[in-house]
Design a protein around this ligand. Structure first.
Ligand SMILES: Nc1ncnc2c1ncn2[C@@H]1O[C@H](COP(=O)(O)OP(=O)(O)OP(=O)(O)O)[C@@H](O)[C@H]1O
Ligand SMILES: [Mg+2]
Length: 217
């Protein structure tokens, strides 16, 4: 199972979600690989702050990396790809390698994410890979603001699914990353860990539904 966190926009939570979803899967006993596909190397830097991580982290930020990513992923039950903050060849490779593309979006009223290149790239990829699944993830949501609620109708207009689980703006997410920890280590049994558990399960369910669907077909 290969899951990418992708959005050409910077700072929407790709790395935060990649690390913590990888940690969540590792806690469930899975063999997990995190591919850092961003030249800024945030996930690799995070890993370098620790002696060891509950999952393997490798840096692979180059165009046409899909084949190598698939080869590496064969040794793991789950692979997470932390995407770059631009929609270039690397992002396209991440999509090609994925079973599920999660697009973190910030609930900003001025956001133009629905027509962004990343969304178009995913749609294009779905034309030749119909089994590819995707979904927006509302990330860094501030409380129950009106903007937070409006984003669901905007996503519906964009024609891509939006996941049920929202990730709120929580200082624990920022602190844990800075300290080289996962949210499960930094703030166990918090609302933040519950959000990550829920998001991980939701994504797994989406991917598995498809596997079951194609097995029945
Ligand atoms: N849910 C959240 N609550 C609080 N802070 C968050 C949350 N998600 C991300 N952040 C913080 O926002 C900043 C950007 O997050 P992150 O690095 O995960 O985004 P990104 O999409 O990977 O960025 P880039 O495009 O630069 O790779 C970081 O400082 C991170 O700690
Ligand atoms: Mg990042």
């Amino acid at each position: 199972m290969i899951i990418s966190f992708l959005n050409q926009k910077g700072g929407v939570g790709k790395t935060t979600l990649s690390i913590n979803v990888a940690a969540c899967l590792a806690r469930q006993g899975h063999r997990v690989l995190l591919i850092d596909a961003d030249k800024q190397s945030s996930a690799t830097t995070w890993a370098s702050l620790r002696e060891d991580a509950p999952f393997q982290v490798v840096s692979m930020a180059r165009a046409n990396m899909a084949r190598d990513a698939l080869k590496l992923a064969a040794d793991y039950t789950h692979t997470i790809i932390d995407g770059p903050p631009h929609a270039e060849e690397i992002a396209r490779s991440c999509i090609v390698a994925s079973d599920f593309v999660a697009l973190p979006i910030e609930p900003s009223g001025l956001s133009t994410w629905a027509s962004d290149l990343t969304v178009r790239q995913v749609r294009e990829a779905q034309e030749f890979k119909p089994a590819l699944k995707c979904g927006f993830v509302v990330s860094r949501k501030i409380g129950k603001t009106v903007i937070g609620r409006d984003i669901r109708s905007m996503a519906a207009e964009a024609g891509l699914p939006i996941l049920q689980t929202d990730i709120e703006q929580r200082v624990a997410f920022a602190e844990s990353l800075t300290m080289g920890q996962t949210i499960f280590e930094w703030a166990p049994d918090s609302a933040a860990t519950q959000e990550i558990d829920k998001l991980t399960n939701e994504i797994e369910q989406h991917v598995q539904e498809d596997v079951l669907g194609s097995a029945e077909a």
